[in-house]
Write a protein that binds this ligand. Structure first.
Ligand code: MG
Length: 388
């Protein structure tokens, strides 16, 4: 397994997995708000073009290999979802209106909402342009009630951007994120300490942060559909089937989450991978699969406003041998076209392969550090939470 180019020690990280770090556990209950803009890209488009209001809108490309980056609520009623191939979306909703993404407009709104958050707490952990965790255990204005702060933030977002946001208020990140999704759009949901376990028990595990569609499938095969099902499994069972994620899942099923809100979470890479239903071997099939993965990964890169120097292609062959091939530039990859070209060149350099491919992954790493707010000293915990 020889890397194609220099600078190829690259760790592949699955995208959308929660980053666990036990050394950074929060001490005790916190006051956490998860704020999430509603149908973000699509809502910005509808705001800026009144002719789109009330219509099914998809942000993304309508071409054969396009992927829906975001869907308006009108489009969602037809079953259109983000990350769905555009061809499928059009089949579900033939009068779907495709709009090309305008990332500069989204980034502008993202900066506006982060400025609002910063008025209430320095402990802000963005998950993407439109989503963030806020630790308001000790808020800057001395308001004291996380619920009240969430209401103020939602009202200011509406007034200053013309867009709606939903918020979840709870005592940890895991529950707050589930809660923000509960009353969407334009909703608020508060889960108090003592209510978390029961709240989680009734939810489908596919809604848990970090589980993802593939994880949910795996759980379904094991008879785990809800939080209650997950809670019924013991830790050795979870370790056997879910490895490093077991502890997180074990706690999550009990409404416990020890992860601290981490401003400026250092992200090492952005990537995605796909396991094929049937192993594929022809160059054309592999190139087509790569094109789809390029779309998905580039979408995340845009969302996170990231720049990086190293592109890594990962291939797992039918005998489970793993091959990674990386290419590093002296500067950041310039844009989507260069990213796609580097990925395609990496694939071409390994063809023909000795065996069919069962999994393909693509990552951008050696990311540039962003000039964001410096990490803030830990807020002292303790005392009563006169929270909600
Ligand atoms: Mg959102």
């Amino acid at each position: 397994m020889r890397p194609a180019c220099r600078g190829a020690t690259v760790r592949f990280m699955e995208s959308h997995a929660p980053e666990e770090d036990d050394s950074e556990e929060a001490d005790g209950l916190r006051k956490i708000i998860h704020v999430d803009m509603d149908a973000f890209f699509a809502s910005v488009e509808q705001r800026d073009d009144p002719s789109l209001q009330g219509k099914p809108v998809a942000v993304g490309g309508s071409r054969a290999r396009g992927v829906v980056a975001a869907a308006s609520y009108e489009a969602r009623t037809f079953g259109v979802r983000s990350a769905m191939p555009s061809v499928k979306a059009l089949r579900l909703c033939p009068h779907l209106i495709f709009v090309p993404p305008r990332f500069e407009a989204y980034k502008t709104v993202s900066r506006q909402i982060r400025a609002i958050f910063a008025d209430y707490t320095p402990l802000i952990e963005p998950l993407s342009l439109d989503e963030a965790y806020l630790d308001v255990t000790q808020d800057l204005k001395g308001i004291g009630s996380a619920t009240h702060i969430a209401q103020l933030i939602r009202a200011r977002i509406k007034a200053e951007t013309g867009l709606t946001a939903s918020a979840g208020v709870s005592y940890n990140k895991f529950i707050a994120k589930l809660a923000s999704d509960q009353n969407k759009p334009d909703g608020l949901c508060v889960i108090r300490p003592g209510e978390g376990a029961q709240f989680v028990a009734g939810l489908p595990v596919r809604r848990f942060h970090g589980v993802g569609p593939r994880g949910a499938e795996k759980m379904a095969a094991l008879g785990i559909e809800t939080g209650a099902d997950l809670r019924a499994r013991d830790l050795p069972f979870l370790r056997q089937h879910f490895g490093a994620q077991a502890d997180y899942l074990y706690r999550a099923a009990r409404g416990i989450d020890l992860r601290r809100v981490r401003p400026n979470r250092p992200r090492k890479s952005i990537g995605g991978e796909r396991t094929f239903e049937r192993d594929i071997s022809t160059g054309s099939a592999l190139r087509e699969a790569l094109a789809r993965i390029i779309d998905l990964v580039w979408h995340d890169i845009e969302r996170l406003d990231a720049k990086g120097r190293t592109v890594t292609l990962k291939l797992r062959l039918s005998d489970f041998t793993l091959r990674t091939h990386a290419r590093s530039l002296a500067r950041a990859v310039a844009g989507r076209e260069e990213f796609a070209r580097l990925a395609e060149e990496l694939l071409d350099s390994v063809l023909p392969l000795p065996q069919p491919v069962r999994l393909m992954g693509l990552t951008l790493s050696a990311l540039e550090k962003k000039g964001e707010v410096a990490p803030v000293a830990t807020v002292e915990g303790g005392g009563q939470l006169d929270l909600f």
